[in-house]
Write a protein that binds this ligand. Structure first.
Ligand SMILES: *Cc1c(COP(=O)(O)O)cnc(C)c1O
Length: 430
């Protein structure tokens, strides 16, 4: 088993100057216990910690590292770009190039605005939907996460779910009242809400494949049903593709599932690990954004040259070699089958959800289709499994309510090693 002497020392020190020792809550390992591992560097499919341990990485920085860490072309491009200064606060040709590239890869994006995070993308999309429709409320789904803006922290999945926070202090009643929630995959509740709040709902925002309550798939007809309700009620359908965009396919879930959204938000892969988000849609909607229209949205560092060249370089590779997506899916299915086979040999309930290169094991016997069913997972068992895997060099997301993200630097040997680690882990726990 691994030792974490340096990580422990750093975590102690971190807590003296950073809240909880981390800059984003899930990193603190609170829900799995123990000391967070401090990372020294990463290359390809592997993370290396400050204690000299090596891990097969199933987080990929929560998605962005889809071709593995320190991907040569991205690193080179950033290094070159940095020579010409790190920010201008004035337009550059590169911003046009990435916008044009994204337009060519995705559907229903005539205009796209770059921001600095997925949170910004989602909050801006909601503001735009409100400005465009002249309505105030929006519907989100329990267990879906759209960033940490006030209006989203109502039944918000992952981070919030991981910490068992029900109502987040600091969110005013007024803000929370405009957020309506329905269970994922539940069209009936959506219909009820839309009827009850007739002509008040500006948008429905959804993770087309949910990844923030673990990986949960849309049931057949769910997204189509949302599309229909939105068309009938003059509501904008927002696909939050911060996780799925440029991961499930070039054109994200819109392409993979063949459903058109009115607005789409991006993050994670779009910045190749730099802080980037974006929101886009058809011109008739996007033209309401300032300076074209009067829905204000801005950012001092938006379109930052280092972030843009990183994203552009990665997206270009994904665009030119779309076999990355099929390779990733094949690897994920291989891993799923291997894990399923191993888990079946033990007395433990489990369900594996998988879509494209996203995968989750739920330690439960009922099929997981929404937050309520996801919540039946045995979190105590997950804790033990997580640490057993970590101690065998496999770095899983440190929460039972997060999806694993595969990257295409993973080899089949890595996947086999992961499956063996799972078997050994189960052997020691059970
Ligand atoms: C990660 C995530 C966000 C938030 O993005 P940040 O860059 O962390 O602000 C929003 N929506 C989804 C679906 C996400 O997975």
């Amino acid at each position: 088993m691994y030792e974490y002497i340096s990580s422990k020392a750093l975590f102690e020190r971190a807590q003296q100057s950073i809240p909880g020792g981390v800059n984003s809550p899930v990193r603190a390992f609170k829900s799995v216990g123990g000391t967070p591992v401090f990372i020294e560097k990463a290359k390809g499919a592997y993370l290396y910690d400050v204690d000299g341990n090596k891990y097969i990485d199933y987080i990929a920085s929560w998605g962005p590292m889809i071709l593995g860490h320190a991907y040569e072309p991205v690193i080179k491009a950033i290094q070159q770009k940095a020579e010409n200064s790190t920010s201008f606060g004035a337009p550059t040709e590169l911003e046009i190039e990435i916008a044009e590239l994204i337009k060519s890869m995705t559907k229903n994006v005539d205009l796209i605005r770059m921001v600095n995070s997925g949170t910004e993308a989602c909050m801006s999309a909601i503001r735009l939907a409100r400005g465009f429709t002249g309505k105030n409320k929006f519907i989100k789904f329990e267990g879906c996460y759209h960033g940490h803006a006030d209006m989203f922290l109502v039944k918000a999945g992952s981070g919030v779910a991981t910490f068992g926070i029900q109502n987040v202090p600091g969110i005013t009643r007024g803000v929370a009242d405009d957020t309506l929630t329905a269970p994922y995959n539940d069209l009936e509740t959506v219909t009820k809400l839309v009827t009850e709040y007739k002509n008040q709902v500006a948008a429905i925002i959804v993770e087309p494949v949910a990844g923030n309550m673990g990986c949960v798939l849309p049931k057949e007809g769910f997204l189509e049903g949302l599309r229909k309700i939105c068309d009938e009620e003059n509501i904008l359908l927002i696909f939050d593709e911060v996780m799925t965009g440029f991961r499930l396919a070039k054109g994200g879930a819109q392409e993979k599932l063949n459903i058109d959204a009115d607005l789409v938000t991006y993050g994670k892969v779009i910045g190749a690990g730099m802080p980037v988000g974006a929101f886009g849609g058809r011109k008739e909607i996007m033209q309401h954004i300032a300076p074209l229209g009067n829905v204000y949205q801005a950012g001092t560092l938006s379109g930052n040259p280092l972030a843009m060249i990183a994203g552009y370089t990665l997206l270009k590779e994904l665009n030119e070699n779309s076999n990355h997506f099929s390779e990733l899916e094949a690897k994920t299915i291989y891993l799923k089958n291997g894990l399923e086979k191993v888990l079946s040999d033990y007395e433990i309930d489990f369900m594996i959800n998988q879509f494209g290169s996203m995968l989750s094991i739920f330690f439960t016997k009922i099929s997981v289709t929404d937050f309520a069913t996801a919540s039946t997972t045995n979190t105590e068992f997950f804790k033990q499994f997580f640490h057993a895997m970590l101690g065998r060099g496999v770095y899983l997301p440190p929460s039972a309510f997060e999806s694993w993200f595969l990257n295409n630097a993973l080899s089949y040997e890595d996947l086999d090693a992961t499956i063996i680690a799972a078997k050994e882990s189960l052997e020691t726990i059970l």
